[in-house]
Design a protein around this ligand. Structure first.
Ligand code: OSB
Ligand code: MG
Length: 363
């Protein structure tokens, strides 16, 4: 049976701009992969964005790597684990790889007629949900925290940057002395900023996420010895080997697992298992995905290997209208993965079409 792979670049404006230490984003520009075979349609989303600010990958590099190298590695429908192995030949480019790897997970579970979260195995059947709040004035951020608590979020994470961290966290902690609160620096400090970071030890954060740069694993272990606040690594953990090295030198007490950053769900599960064996806490992060990308994160976040609430907020936080017709709803700070085959989301093809700026038919 003939199959087709198409990639659409879809533009969805955010309800409000999202600001981190690396910049402000006002819209999501998502590469959506669609694999069609008979009446089975599998989807995935590449977590890259327009610019290489969170990592070196962007939409153009991902599209290039997928078209030039990865497409031929997936044409014979390998299992996600087989694809992960084949794709190792290509250095880096985990986000491009993960888009294809997750497409294969959706395909495989749809062909077997089972939901993705069951295909992954060991699911609790629900994911605990936290929220990621972008930077704005400390007062505005505190009022967003209040809203989030009222909605039932189980952990509040706020974005910080050098020079604004103390005011932001002090303002929120003053108003909410005992909530589970964390801060995400997105790599904006160096070890020389130790004195700034030490001041945050007064605020009883659950963890401080990715204070130093991606390559600074050794410096994260030095920092961890100086701070009482646990360190969570995001950008730095790009493979299970990287995770092992980080755990061995005490660079992380917590890991933000993002399938996009790790090259897919196969590697993500390996990191989650290794973390559990080492007494390291894990949670599943997000990259402002549409409902398609989100559904992979929610399935993974429901794994019993994952013990902390993740950044899998329902997408009405980000978009006026999502490209799926059955978006996730949060009840009591929890989201259930969908029970349909594969990712279980119904893609709103007509609306997706109106949001599409360019398409590529790969085969
Ligand atoms: O560092 O976790 C991050 C968004 C884009 C890039 C990096 C990060 C984030 C978030 C958003 O924190 C989490 C979400 O998708 O809700
Ligand atoms: Mg982060």
């Amino acid at each position: 049976m003939k199959s087709h792979l198409q990639i659409d670049l879809v533009r969805l404006p955010f309800l409000t701009p999202f600001t981190t230490s690396f910049g402000t984003e006002t819209e999501r520009n998502a590469l959506i992969l669609r694999y069609t075979k008979g009446d089975v349609v599998a989807y995935s989303e590449c977590v890259t964005s327009k610019d290489p600010l969170y990592s070196y990958e962007d939409n153009s590099t991902a599209l290039h790597i997928i078209r030039r190298y990865l497409v031929k590695m997936m044409k014979d429908e390998p299992s996600p684990a087989e694809f992960t192995e084949k794709a190792r030949r290509i250095r880096g480019h985990n986000m491009a790889k993960s888009a294809v790897e997750m497409l294969l997970w959706d395909l495989q579970s749809k062909l077997s007629g089972i939901p993705l979260y069951k295909a992954l195995g060991g699911s609790k059947g629900f994911a605990e949900v936290g929220i990621s709040i972008g930077m704005s004035s400390p007062e505005r951020m505190a009022s967003l925290v209040q809203d989030a608590l009222a909605r039932g979020y189980r952990r509040i994470k706020v974005k910080i940057e050098k020079g604004r961290e103390y005011e932001i966290i002090r303002t929120i902690r003053d108003r909410f002395p005992s909530i589970p609160l964390s801060a995400d620096a997105n790599s904006c400090y160096r070890l020389g900023d130790l004195q700034i970071l030490k001041k945050l030890d007064n605020f009883n954060l659950v963890y401080l996420e990715q204070p130093l740069q991606e390559d600074d694993i050794l410096d994260h272990s030095r920092l961890a010895k100086e701070l009482s606040t646990p360190i969570c690594l995001d950008e730095s953990i790009t493979s299970v080997e990287r995770a092992r090295q980080a755990f061995e030198i005490g660079a992380a007490a917590v890991v933000n697992i993002k399938p996009g950053r790790l090259g897919g769900l196969t590697e993500s599960l390996r990191v989650a298992r290794l973390a559990m064996e080492n007494g390291i806490h894990t949670w599943v992060g997000g990259m402002l995905e549409t409902g398609i990308g989100r559904s992979f994160n929610v399935s993974l976040a429901s794994s019993s290997l994952v013990d902390y609430p993740g950044d899998t907020s329902p997408n009405d936080k980000y978009f006026a209208r999502d490209i799926v017709t059955n978006p996730f709803k949060m009840t009591d700070g929890m989201i259930k993965p969908n029970d349909g085959p594969g990712i279980g989301v119904q893609v709103d093809e007509p609306y997706l079409k109106t949001c599409t700026r360019r398409s590529w038919l790969l085969f």
